[in-house]
Design a protein around this ligand. Sequence first.
Ligand code: SAM
Length: 315
Amino acid sequence: MEKQRAGRNRTMTLNDAEREELRKEISILSDNCTVDDAIDKTFNQDLFEALDYLPKHFADLIIIDPPYNLSKNFAGNKFLKTDDAAYIEYVRSWLPKVMELLKPNGSVYICCDWKCTSAIYQVLSECAVVKNRITWQREKGRGAKTNWKNAMEDIWFGVADNNDYYFDVEAVKQKRRVIAPYKEDGKAKDWEETDEGKFRLTHPSNFWDDISIPYWSMPENTDHPTQKPEKLVAKLILASCPADGIVFDPFLGSGTTSVVAKKLGRHYCGVEINEEYALLAAKRLRIADTDVDIQGYTDGVFWERNTLNLQKKKR
Ligand SMILES: C[S@@+](CC[C@H](N)C(=O)[O-])C[C@H]1O[C@@H](n2cnc3c(N)ncnc32)[C@H](O)[C@@H]1O
C-alpha cells in the first residue's frame, strides 16, 4: 500500500508503470563481461554472483557502503546482527574479491559505524594500503537513555599502491565563513569578500561536519533505510577518481554512487540485490540526464551546512 506523505515531502517513489519501464535499464550478469559491457550499468543481483563475471582491474575507484553489523531489513532482504568474529568473516568473504576489480593505481572507500569499524580496518589492511579514516558527523541519530547517541560514521580510505594513486585536493576544498578576517598590508589574507560575506577555501580534513543525511524535503531522498548523501559521495569521487574514470559500488542501494558519478562526468557500475532499490537507482540515473545538481556543492566548491540560500543566489 502507498504511504501517505506530507505535501512538501519530496521523497522519490516508484509506481507500477515506472517499475515496468525502468526494468529495461537494469541488467543481470550471467557470463564474463568486458569493461564496455560493465560501465554505466546497474546489475540487479547478488554481489557474490556478479563478482564471478565482472572484469578484473576495471575500476578507478570503489565506494563500498555494506550492510553494517546491525539487524536491518532492506525491503525484505534481512541482514542479521552477528558477533564481531562472524562479521569479520563476512567482510572477508567479499572484500578481497571486490579489490580484484580495482585498477593497480585505484582507490577504495568503505563506510561503517563504530561497531564494525575495526572489522573493516582489519580486512581492508589485509588487501590495501590504508591511508586514512574519515569521520562523518552525520548529526541525526537515535537518542538512547543508557548510552550516547550515535551520530557519526567512519569512511576508511585505502589505495592499491601507496606510490601511485590519484588524489585531487583542489577539487574538494571547502568554502567556510571567515570568523577572524586577517589582513596583511591592508589586503585580505587567504580569504575573499563576496556579496554573501567573507569566505575562505580551506583544505579538507578527515573530519566532515558539513553533510546532513538525506531527509524528506530533499529531492535526492528515497525510502532506502541507509541512503548516503550525494554531497558525501561527491567528495570521494572528486578527490579520488579522474574525469571520465570508472566508479564501482558493490552494494549500490538506491544508486547514490552511480548517480553522483554520472553527475560529475565519471562512468559508473553498481550491483544491488534488491529490485526495488535497483529500480530507484535507475530512476535517479534518468533524472541525472538533465539535473546534475548536488545539494551542498555549488560553483565547484563544497559549502558549509545551512548555506543553501547563499548557494541558490549563486545559481
Ligand atoms: C548500506 S546499503 C547501501 C546504500 C547506498 N549507499 C545508498 O546510498 O542508497 C547496502 C545495500 O546492499 C544491498 N545488499 C546486501 N547484500 C547484498 C548482496 N549480497 N549483493 C548485492 N547487494 C546487497 C542491500 O540491499 C542494500 O541496499
